[in-house]
Write a protein that binds this ligand. Structure first.
Ligand code: NAD
Ligand code: IPM
Ligand code: MN
Length: 352
């Protein structure tokens, strides 16, 4: 029995989560899986109902399930709230409370979508790297933080154990891939980054079979666009990982393509890397693939069913190969389909 908690959130969150749940229902049927989905309000949607972005009830449900599926939070309606009351703060809190210190963001280019990228075919074709973004530390959580009329401040801090545990996961993953890790930092300027680099190299002593290199984050941003195929596993801090993974999104054609898994020692949460996309919300045109692929990651990491994960990825690949495109991945002037059409096409390919 898989017990899943769904927190659709705001904007396109509910639209793309509905797509993933459709796919879940389909694979459950074909594989005879028993599962439950409990939906809970989160973010602005929760605030409007209960006056709180993250209720104790939602948090408790996330603690007591096998895996959480999250859409996205945030939007103009709530952006003028005090900082600690914003939907984004609730997202950070849920990550922290569940101990989700590692955010895995795979950037893989589907052959059928090579022409959707703003980069050249030969640059993007075959791109396949995996970002390990540290998710519960760094400047997102460091104290002190705040602003007044004349000053704003945040603190970037990493503890040894925080760097060690994410580095270990990255090295372990590299062993199962092509055996290369790139650690990305800003050690030429920031002491916290020098510390990050030192600790990653210490952990590397236990993984001598893996090749470790370092790169400064500004260069990395450029290199991902210049030659994304040079990367295999990337390990980096919270803020740098956030920015670099949006760049990676564009390599694959759209932010609407990239899934993620947020993992800790006890809990796991799966979410697309994109946000609530208020500019297209409520119109049934969002790309559901990032969220459907996040469900595939759930099968891979939480349920240890790589067979089902592969089936979902294959159905996405085949749906795209059939030529169907949501607006974000369509060529200019090309006909595009709705969120539900894309979902239904993927569901049909699951049956095939
Ligand atoms: P965004 O990711 O929501 O959107 C950026 C652009 O990408 C928009 O033009 C949007 O239409 C497009 N896009 C994103 N996902 C798409 C999809 N699935 N299909 C088609 N197009 C898609 O980023 P933003 O506009 O900077 O942020 C909007 C809100 O979302 C903010 O409140 C932000 O804080 C929040 N946000 C939340 C999360 C999250 O919940 N994990 C992540 C990022 C941003
Ligand atoms: C993401 C988002 C979040 C982050 C925000 C909304 C808190 O951009 O999941 O990538 O910065 O982690
Ligand atoms: Mn982001």
């Amino acid at each position: 029995m898989y017990r899943i908690v769904s927190i659709p959130g705001d904007g396109i969150g509910p639209e793309v989560v509905a797509g993933a749940l459709e796919v879940l229902g389909t694979v459950a049927k074909t594989h005879g899986l028993e599962y439950s989905v409990e939906e809970h309000p989160f973010g602005g949607a929760s605030y409007d109902l209960h006056g709180e972005m993250l209720t104790e009830d939602t948090l408790e449900a996330c603690r007591n399930c096998d895996a959480v599926l999250l859409g996205a939070v945030g939007g103009p309606k709530w952006e003028n709230l005090p900082h600690e009351k914003k939907p984004e703060a609730a997202l950070l809190r849920i990550r922290k409370e569940l101990g989700l210190f590692a955010n895995l963001r795979p950037a893989k280019v589907y052959d059928a979508l090579v022409d959707a990228s703003s980069l050249k075919d030969e640059v993007v074709r075959g791109t396949d790297f995996l970002v390990f973004r540290e998710l519960t530390g760094g400047i997102y959580f460091g104290q002190p933080r705040g602003y007044d009329e004349n000053r704003g401040w945040n603190t970037m801090v990493y503890e040894r154990y925080e760097v060690e545990r994410i580095a270990r996961l990255a090295f372990e993953a590299a062993r199962k891939r092509t055996g290369r890790v790139m650690s990305i930092d800003k050690a030429n300027v920031l002491e916290v980054s020098q510390f990050w680099r030192n600790v990653v190299h210490e952990v590397h002593k236990e993984y001598q079979d893996v090749e470790l290199s370092d790169m400064y984050v500004d260069n990395a941003a450029m290199q991902i666009v210049r030659n994304p195929k040079q990367f295999d596993v990337i390990v980096t801090g919270n803020l740098f990982g956030d920015i670099l993974s949006d760049i990676a999104g564009m390599i694959t054609g759209s932010l609407g393509m990239l899934p993620s898994a947020s993992i800790g020692t006890k809990h796991a949460l799966y979410e697309p890397i994109h946000g609530s996309a208020p500019d297209i919300a409520g119109r049934n045109i969002a790309n559901p693939i990032a969220t459907i692929a996040s469900l595939a990651m759930m099968f891979e990491h939480s349920f240890r069913r790589t067979d089902i994960a592969s089936e979902i990825y294959e159905a996405i690949e085949n749906a795209l190969a059939s030529g169907i495109r949501t607006a974000d991945i369509a060529k200019p002037g090309e006909k595009s389909v709705s969120t539900t059409d894309m979902t239904n096409t993927i569901v049909r390919h699951l049956g095939a």
